[in-house]
Design a protein around this ligand. Structure first.
Ligand SMILES: Nc1ncnc2c1ncn2[C@@H]1O[C@H](COP(=O)(O)OP(=O)(O)O)[C@@H](O)[C@H]1O
Ligand SMILES: [Mg+2]
Length: 310
């Protein structure tokens, strides 16, 4: 397995804020690697450090054998960036957007028309390529930004929040386009604060919070290694002293919602369910109980003590 990006103890400080705090990671060629964390976790800063848009405070970064602090120009030949804010020209049509980009960034303009056509077709935008981009939906603009990035055939594509501002219904479409590019050998480094995106799109994830690495692994590993079940109960009235009522089951990370639900983690949830129901019924009316394997939301809550909401 070849590592195309390596971060060793990377630190980025902006005056008092430590945006990236001792981060270590390796990205393998041909995978979709996700940085998952809430707003302000340090995802965009990490991407900007890797591509040499920001200077690192401490540590070391290697991108395809180059050092972004000294060889950012070299690195830019091999990478593409789709930034968090889609920066397409709203008044130009899709064709002209790509032509404009190529004129600025591509060294070799031979066969450009064919290239543009191919990329727009790949992203299912060819039929709309003569329309001003301001008519496009959020998902279409993200696809156009990806088409633009593919024009110079980069090895590694950085995609900052792929489906930010994209309707839930069309997210899968964009994910499929990204997966198609992975199948063609591209490596993706994406950032996201969306659990479904992390779960369904990424091969491996690094969960980060406050600039720090929380845990790393494939979505499946992260969920399987968790080792606990998630119990959600609804009682009438709401359990007031959860610690006392549930103490026999050694619950962890108890969260109660305003609408009367109590959620907690226990080991062997399936085996203990019967006993749990009996215990609760002594003092409360049990309206519902759900036993579930952990989701990435649960993994995040477990490690940070906070829920990750969009
Ligand atoms: N140019 C900057 N100057 C000062 N602080 C910054 C700058 N860029 C980012 N930050 C801070 O660094 C932290 C991480 O930000 P960012 O990398 O944008 O997070 P994310 O992309 O995960 O939402 C935040 O606290 C943010 O306010
Ligand atoms: Mg960001």
């Amino acid at each position: 397995m070849q590592n195309v990006v390596i971060l060793e103890n990377v630190v980025k400080r902006f005056k008092k804020i430590t945006a990236v705090d001792n981060l270590c990671l390796q990205v393998h060629r041909g995978e979709i690697f996700g940085l998952l964390g809430p707003n302000g976790a340090g995802k965009t800063t990490t991407i900007n450090l890797i591509i040499g848009l920001l200077k690192i405070t401490d540590g070391h970064i290697d991108v395809l054998g180059f050092n972004p602090d000294k060889q950012a120009k070299e690195i830019r030949k091999h990478i593409g960036l789709v930034p968090q804010e889609t920066n397409v020209y709203e008044d130009l049509n899709a064709m002209d957007n790509l032509q404009h980009h190529a004129a600025l960034y591509c060294h070799d303009l031979r066969g450009l028309k064919k290239q543009i056509q191919e990329k727009l077709k790949l992203m299912d935008l060819w039929d709309r390529s003569r329309e001003p981009v301001r008519n496009f939906s959020g998902g279409m603009k993200r696809r156009l930004a990806l088409a633009r990035t593919l024009l110079h055939d980069p090895e590694i594509i950085f995609f900052d929040e792929p489906t930010l501002g994209v309707d839930v219904q069309v997210r899968h479409n964009l994910w499929n386009h990204i997966k198609q590019q992975r199948a063609r050998g591209k490596t993706f480094i994406i950032s996201t604060n969306n659990m479904d995106e992390a779960d369904q799109l990424c091969d491996r994830l690094l969960i980060m919070d406050n600039g720090k690495q929380i845990v790393e692994g494939s979505p499946l590993e992260l969920k399987d290694n968790f080792g606990k079940d998630i119990i959600t109960i609804k009682t009438n009235p709401v359990i007031i002293d959860t610690g006392d009522v549930l103490k026999h089951f050694k619950p962890d990370n108890i969260v109660q919602t305003n609408d009367g639900y109590t959620r907690f983690e226990i080991e062997n949830g399936e085996e203990l369910a019967g006993e749990l129901v009996q215990t609760i019924k002594i003092s409360y009316k049990l309206e519902s109980i759900q036993i579930a394997k952990p989701s990435l939301d649960d993994v995040f809550l477990h490690f940070t003590g906070r829920a990750l909401r969009e």
